[in-house]
Design a protein around this ligand. Sequence first.
Ligand code: FAD
Ligand code: UDP
Length: 365
Amino acid sequence: MKKYDYLIVGAGLFGAVFAREAMNRGKTCLVVDKCDHIAGNIYTKEVEGIQVHVYGAHIFHTSNKTVWEYAQKYADFNHYINTPIANYKGELYNMPFNMHTFYQMWGVTTPEAARAKIEEQRAEITGEPQNLEEQAISLVGRDIYEKLVKGYTEKQWGRSCTELPAFIIKRLPVRYTFDNNYFNDPYQGIPKEGYTAMVERLLEGADIRLNTDYLENKAELDALADTVLYTGCIDEYYGYCYGELEYRSLRFESETLDMPNYQGVAVVNYNEREVPFTRLIEHKHFNFGTQEKTVITREYPATWEKGMRPYYPVNNEKNQALFARYQALAANEDKVIFGGRLGHYKYYDMDKVIEAALALVEEEL
Ligand code: FAD
Ligand code: UDP
């Protein structure tokens, strides 16, 4: 039977970058995924000529030039810039928080007036913010917190903003300029042919087995390779021996509509608590599509249970402590390496996944 240098568990971005680099260095790779497709969470598929982001909106953005150049080798990126709209009870606001938002919220027309308004409202927070609520109020004041952060965040994470870590909200820029670009990174875009085509190119030359759960076929698959790179959930790998890490899941509902343009922008956030979904995405706008029809997807947050896709790690103190225990087990493995969002239990964006995979290549190969 053929023996491989690497068995790569997970055909997502982490596994694909590692496989590419291993193959470039003359190594052989078998890639397995329990899904019926490659690309993991960045999987895209064509519907009505539109690249549909099956597991939610994915915008590639980075400030790491090496990573950007790396990604360019495997995909032709367009010039998409993410400028989502927030809908709070029918009122529309620009995101991220910038002069457009401040004007829409308070009618202020200068940075000075916006700063004064926020200073006044953030005065209620004294000292270092201890949770997401305090962090948000300290960044943008109570009005914006109440309308644009609280409902959205509590739906997304299924818990109160006072029980969530501050860092989650620090991902969002706050700007005193009229600039609706959701990201600060200098490089941004979306692969014109979709992410699946990009991952296909990364995996070229690897043997791939889909619909194959590694943990259910562990002994047989382990026998096929010298080293295993595992990009699934680390707690699952260890049979949840210390207990389950928490994840946040999502449910997507898509529709094809017989109209060319439903909402005029790729992403609209629905920020009030009463609307059960967090985002509505219209896929064609990621690629400046002019098709006759359109595909839209509503994204509903969901409590994760075994068997569901674990989209987000929940990086609070309790889970970090549990993860550290699993990490200690992982450190003692000599044949298995852990990687990716689930293996590292980290809220990685795609650029950070590429960075981490390339760092592992340096260490390992
Ligand atoms: P995954 O894509 O999860 O791949 C892991 C793979 O392992 C999966 O295919 C899974 O099926 C497989 N697997 C797991 N267990 C087993 C097993 N036992 N046997 C076989 N196979 C197994 N990043 C950005 O940069 N920009 C964005 O705009 C952005 N938006 C996002 C929106 C959403 C809704 C989500 C959830 C994430 C978003 N991300 C975004 C993050 C991005 O999706 C991740 O950084 C990236 O997909 C992680 O790649 P990965 O290979 O680590 O993990
Ligand atoms: N967020 C919010 N209101 C919004 C958009 C985002 O309060 O309209 C908060 C929310 O807590 C979210 C965090 O900001 O989890 C980070 O947002 P981002 O868009 O980066 O989330 P992701 O793409 O990871 O879902």
